[in-house]
Design a protein around this ligand. Structure first.
Ligand code: GN1
Length: 344
């Protein structure tokens, strides 16, 4: 089915322009300009290798939007658009799943945090989002990706990849494998804390990456987007992933990264994150923020390395060593954070 035919399923017209947007490693995204209504939309093909149950992400999105609408939440919402037959997902003849969202005008995104003010405002926005979607009684949010935040499984997958990878890949990654193995105690502590029920279950965003915030022209956050990974887990994951993506002053793809960790941004992210959440978090959560930042960076490095060793089938890559470069970049970031925290 052609792209325009997919659009017709949502808008009823083929009189539109469809152009690709590259902002993410998983789904395929397009901007649709509807010439009949002059409205704009975002069209997305869901990567069903990663999200095996696309209907779960639609249901979660609707539940979360309802909570945000009913709560004290000043940011804008991205609204899923129904197909002409009243569904939020459309399946084409190849079995691909498509969805459409309303477009928020006059926005920009960043691949990297440009300055401390933006870091603070963004972390505050994510904190406010998390505070609003975590009332005392949690709604029925289902896991969109099985085992997404299961660190035990991440480590096992990594160990399996070590056993199955070909010699060349293992040789290329020898140094990174050595570092990773030395730091294995990081996820082990997390796994133990979860088993001991020390981390309260909360609704989390799951991918609070800087790429998932829309800003207005003056760099004020307008919306927290990409609710695909929303799930129930520990809020430490979101803090860790925010710290991971915000403090990196270089591209995640840069394998020659040297000193890519910015400590001032780290302190700022923590302040912004805690502004709305401090009262809600337990002592155990507050005490483990620094530890969580290290462990989430570690897990991201493990995910990139595992994918590299498996022949790069998960993350989209542009060249053979792309995932290895990403691994190096994350390990350098972790080194910087651990040096700053004086734990290395
Ligand atoms: C992916 O979809 P995107 O590019 O925002 C990944 C995240 C990683 C991130 C690393 C569903 O996020 O978990 O942290 O890449 N999303 C999924 O850049 O795996």
């Amino acid at each position: 089915m052609e792209l325009k035919q997919i659009v017709t399923g949502f808008t009823g017209t083929e009189n539109c322009t469809v152009s690709p947007i590259t902002n993410g490693l998983i789904n395929t995204t397009y901007l649709v300009e509807d010439h009949d209504s002059t409205e704009k939309f975002i069209l997305q093909k869901v990567n069903t290798r990663v999200f095996p149950f696309p209907e779960i992400i639609s249901q979660n999105h609707i539940l979360i939007n309802r909570m945000l609408e009913d709560g004290d939440y000043p940011l804008q919402l991205v609204k899923p658009k129904e197909t002409l037959s009243g569904n939020f997902m459309m399946t084409d003849e190849n079995g691909e799943s498509w969805r459409m969202f309303g477009f928020i005008e006059d926005t920009k995104t960043y691949f990297k945090i440009p300055d401390l003010k933006t870091a603070y405002e963004s972390a505050k926005a994510v904190g406010r989002f998390l505070n609003t979607v975590n009332p005392d009684l949690l709604p029925d949010i289902q896991a969109p990706i099985p085992d997404f935040i299961n660190f035990e499984k991440r480590v096992l997958d990594y160990q399996t990849s070590l056993q199955q990878a070909n010699e060349d890949l293992l040789k290329n990654a020898a140094q990174e494998i050595e570092t990773m193995n030395k730091l294995l105690f990081l996820p082990e502590k997390w796994i133990k804390m979860e088993k001991d029920h020390l981390l309260p279950k909360r609704i989390i965003h799951g991918d609070p990456n800087v790429r998932n915030i829309l800003f207005d022209k003056t760099s004020r956050p307008l919306a927290v987007i990409d609710l695909d990974t929303v799930t129930v887990s520990t809020i430490l994951y979101d803090f860790g992933d925010m710290a991971r993506s915000y403090t990196n002053i270089l591209d995640e793809d840069n394998g020659d990264a040297d000193n890519n960790f910015n400590p001032q941004i780290y302190r700022t992210v923590k302040d912004g994150f805690l502004l709305y959440l401090k009262q809600k978090l337990t002592y155990g959560e507050l005490e483990n923020l620094d530890y969580a930042a290290q462990t989430v960076i570690y897990i991201q490095a493990v995910r990139f390395l595992t994918d590299y060793l498996n022949g790069s089938t998960y993350y989209s890559t542009k060249y053979a060593e792309h995932n290895l470069d990403r691994t190096k970049n994350q390990l350098e970031l972790l080194k910087g954070l651990r040096k700053y925290l004086r734990v290395d």
